[in-house]
Design a protein around this ligand. Structure first.
Ligand code: AHR
Length: 517
């Protein structure tokens, strides 16, 4: 057992946006159909057509935002195909899905899912084969209170109240499948879309009240180190020319690619373990780089020439609309992009979420790609069987950090490989309670960690996610092999609380300030 020590300061830092724990679902493979939606007439137990076991599991982790309908699927999606009766059957070739799509899961079903799991919707507009009018009409359908043809259509389809959708993605990966656009060409198109989106204003005795809406720019390919810098620089240069369109955020995508090794999701050795875990750390540098480029870009926006009509202060948040491990075998998988999830994926998810937490001043929203049956999944389904993957439990264990304040800490753990140390730690504070994550990437050995604070604290226990072997997964035959178990190792010594964690594990410990007990 190796020994480490961690010192945690108690001054509250930046607030962790709960939206860093958001999700992405797409009409791809079996994510929507079979994964989330089975229809009301299915033999698979369902609530209003949603798979019951998946719905209940999602309710437990309450994703703050869900992004839909894609991804690349959004580039071919015509929202009117997915509302009301008589929905057309289309063909879905997205990423090798290769099946017909009956549009039975459309806008009203997605909104109902969001209601049932208490998530905010992020709708991604079709900027490739759709039109500006189609995009504006979608917003009218969703958000218009006054009686119009489109709001009446929503009422006829069973939803009287406006959905109040605030997050609108304008294009998806427009540098690739979304149009192979240049930043200049995209900016021109973005200006039209953002300008055409309707406003939803109410006159109240207190004055005008507008529904705040966030238009989200297609950000760079986070996996292309040179192109991503050029993209963001050129995009802001183009945006800063002449008048500003409305901008709320920019959507960076970053996948931790594992396609060059000879390993597979559940078949790898120690070297592959460290290689993939280390790959997940790059996103920290990408966030720093992109945040800086965004601030530089915004500072170039011109002042208004007329003081009585000033330009609004430019602001643009950094979102990560897609992230996760992408293993080579996913390309050949049926259903498309179906991927198992081992302890290696759980640790990369934990490390990635901790990077987001740590950089909560720079990144405000992040969606795991994707929630069910695609890539870095939280849930896997097959017929009537459902498995909660180790990734699911990371989200569940990490919920305690939502809305908490980041704490600074010193960690003396020694390197085990590249940028990884024997234990990697993150802590947040919510009132009198401190939550400490200990990710142990050490493949071989467990660690004993002495945790000290500037004030007296009590330890309220913890949970650990681990398995006999790092390649282990939850399978349909053995769905409960990996789940969090109580970690009761904490004991108080004169140097602080000593806790122990097994190799290849993720733990969350909870402490309470004694002065506030
Ligand atoms: O998440 C799978 C795909 O990856 C999405 O459709 C696309 O946006 C990205 O390239």
């Amino acid at each position: 057992m190796k020994e480490d020590s961690i010192r945690i300061s108690l001054s509250p830092g930046v607030v962790i946006s709960p939206e860093l724990h958001s999700q992405f679902i797409e009409h791809l493979g079996s994510c929507i159909y079979d994964g989330i939606w089975v229809g009301k007439d299915s033999d698979i137990p369902n609530i209003e057509g949603f798979r019951k076991d998946v719905l209940l599991a999602l309710q437990k982790i309450a994703p703050p935002v869900v992004r839909w309908p894609g991804g690349c699927f959004a580039d071919t999606y015509h929202w009117k195909d997915g509302v009301g009766e008589n929905r057309p059957i289309i063909y879905n070739g997205n990423f090798g899905t290769y099946q017909t799509e009956d549009n039975s899961f459309g806008t009203d079903e997605f909104m109902r899912l969001c209601e049932l799991i208490d998530a905010k919707p992020w709708l991604n507009i079709n900027m490739l084969s759709g039109t500006v009018r189609e995009a504006a009409d979608w917003a009218e359908y969703c958000n218009r209170e006054e009686p119009t043809a489109l709001s009446d259509l929503r009422r006829k389809n069973g939803h009287d109240k406006p959905y109040q959708v605030r997050l609108w993605g304008i294009g998806n990966e427009v540098w690739a499948g979304g149009g192979n656009m240049t930043p200049e060409g995209y900016t021109d198109a973005y200006r039209r879309y953002a300008s055409a989106m309707p406003q939803f204003v109410k006159m109240t005795p207190q004055g005008r009240e507008s529904l705040p809406q966030t238009y989200i720019l297609s950000g760079p390919d986070g996996n292309k180190p040179k192109e991503r810098v050029r993209w963001t620089k050129d995009l802001f240069t183009a945006l800063s020319r002449y008048r500003q369109p409305s901008i709320g955020a920019i959507d960076l995508h970053f996948y931790n690619w594992n396609i060059t090794g000879s390993d597979d999701v559940d078949r790898f050795d120690e070297k592959d373990w460290y290689r993939v875990l280390n790959g997940a750390l790059e996103i920290g540098d990408v966030i720093d780089e992109q945040y800086t480029l965004i601030q530089q870009g915004l500072s170039d926006f011109p002042e208004s020439e007329v003081p009585w009509f000033p330009n609004p202060a430019p602001k643009c948040d950094l979102y990560i609309g897609e992230w996760g491990n992408w293993h080579g075998s996913a390309f050949a998988a049926r259903p498309a992009l179906w991927q198992q999830c081992s302890m290696r994926d759980a640790l990369t998810s934990a490390l990635t979420l901790d990077i987001f937490h740590q950089k909560a001043d720079k990144v405000k929203l992040a969606c795991c790609a994707q929630t069910v049956n695609v890539l870095n999944s939280l849930l896997l389904t097959d017929g009537d069987k459902t498995v909660l993957t180790p990734n699911y439990y990371i989200y569940q264990m990490y919920m305690v950090h939502r809305g908490g304040n980041v704490l600074t800490l010193e960690n003396d753990s020694q390197p085990v490989a590249d940028g990884l140390t024997g234990v990697m730690a993150f802590a947040s504070r919510s009132g009198d309670v401190i939550h400490l994550n200990i990710v142990c990437p050490d493949y071989q050995e467990g660690h004993s960690v002495t945790v000290s604070f500037p004030e007296e604290v009590f330890c309220n226990g913890g949970e650990t996610l681990c398995s006999e072997h790092p390649t282990d997964c939850n399978t349909f035959e053995n769905p409960d092999k990996i789940h969090p178990t109580d970690n009761g190792s904490a004991r108080l010594t004169e140097n602080g609380w000593v806790i122990t964690v097994p190799p290849a594990s993720v733990s969350v410990f909870h402490f309470q300030l004694a002065s506030h007990e």
